[in-house]
Design a protein around this ligand. Structure first.
Ligand SMILES: [Zn+2]
Length: 382
């Protein structure tokens, strides 16, 4: 396991590459942004919009997928400022918190038309279970639904243009071709959209769920997409994108943060909507040896707001905390929502813990600290 010489991202991060100086592809992508002519990009944005917006006065100019988080709140503010009329679409989160609900209501009150789609909760709980046990992602249905549901809405409402937020492959690192792409399509979804090898099409046969139960998680057909001419772009390709800036702007427009750092993270203003997010981030830590604090600290190091050493100290204390609670809700309650006991959860954790990264004793049993967090094998970053 090696780490980027500039930020704190490790070589175990999927799709992250390093150059000969040991600098990761996320840092290189950020460096390349300095050369972007944002005035030209803004013009490009309006030229894309001119092909879609206002061509049909009886319809919305675009769809904005919104979770209620700081980034989607910012997207809505920006698109309204630019003078367009969006239809906002929420694919509801798996286990919505009260603050998450308030932030959704806040988006509506920015002055937009809004649709909320909630997949069948009984099927979803089964999918949470299957996702956790088979690919170590409790929020697998959410990670699929946030991409499929807005696209289904685009077909349904015949609004061809979808405006996504950031290209996560650009902000957090990924293959060069994906980083440069301003477009999110089916291929992007299948490659980077969080399916983790558990494809929706494989579920009915393996798990006895009907394919009609999976409609919300199914991407529209090529024919349907072609009929409406659905296309997706990333707002972060056309305008500078920074989580903290998005947060400040959103907060000034009514977005609520938690008021104290979230368990396992280093900030209080993101991932406040879903109680399962702590388990999701913890599994990332078990599989790849880094968590949300590493991602966040790295974006701040890149922007010169933290030194690498300052970031490292934060990461050591915050990353990979055993998710005994999230947003102050106890783990047992979070798990009971999907019909699981803590003992079973702990077994699944051990099953997904990467033995090349984490220490085992002479009997091959994982070595853990008093909180239940496994200890890393010694490496230069600890
Ligand atoms: Zn880096």
């Amino acid at each position: 396991m090696k780490y980027c010489s500039r930020c704190l991202l490790p070589s175990t991060k999927p799709d992250l590459n390093f150059d000969e100086d040991g600098v990761c592809s996320a840092c290189k992508a950020f460096e390349n942004r300095a050369e972007v002519d944002w005035t030209t990009r803004a013009k490009e944005f309006h030229s894309v919009m001119s092909r879609y917006a206002g061509t049909n006065a009886a319809n919305w100019d675009c769809i904005i997928p919104v979770s209620g988080g700081k980034d989607s709140t910012y997207q809505v503010i920006k698109i309204l400022e630019l003078g367009y009329k969006p239809l906002c679409v929420t694919a509801t989160t798996c286990d919505l918190s009260a603050i998450g609900r308030r932030n959704i209501e806040n988006i509506k009150n920015l002055g937009v038309d809004y649709v909320e789609f909630s997949p069948n909760p009984i099927v979803r709980k089964k999918l949470n279970n299957i996702g956790l046990k088979t690919v170590g992602d409790i929020s697998w249905p959410e990670h699929v639904g946030i991409f499929t549901i807005p696209v289904r809405a685009a077909v349904q409402y015949q609004v061809p243009l979808i405006i996504w937020g950031e290209n996560s492959q650009n902000e957090y690192g990924g293959p060069a071709a994906a980083q440069d792409s301003p477009v999110l399509n089916r291929r992007w979804l299948e490659e980077f959209g969080g399916l983790l090898g558990l494809r929706v099409a494989d579920l009915p046969d393996s798990f006895g769920i009907s394919s009609r139960d999976l409609l919300p998680y199914t991407y529209p057909t090529d024919d349907e997409l072609a009929r409406v001419g659905v296309s997706g772009i990333f707002l972060g390709h056309y305008f500078p994108w920074d989580g903290i800036t998005n947060y400040l702007i959103s907060q000034a427009h009514g977005f609520e943060s938690l008021g104290h750092p979230i368990e396992g993270s280093m900030v209080d203003y993101e991932n406040v909507d879903n109680y399962q997010a702590g388990i999701h981030d913890y599994f990332k830590y078990l599989k790849f040896g880094f968590g949300r604090a590493t991602d966040l600290a790295s974006t701040h190091i890149r922007r010169g707001r933290l030194t690498r050493n300052e970031g490292l100290a934060i990461v050591k204390s915050r990353d990979g905390m055993y998710p005994s609670s999230y947003l102050k809700k106890p783990l047992s309650e979070i798990l009971s929502h999907i019909g699981m006991e803590i003992s079973e959860f702990n077994e699944i954790c051990d099953q997904f813990t990467n033995r090349e990264i984490f220490e085992t004793n002479s009997k091959g049993v994982l070595v853990k600290d008093s909180s239940g967090r496994p200890l890393k094998r010694t490496s230069k970053n600890g």
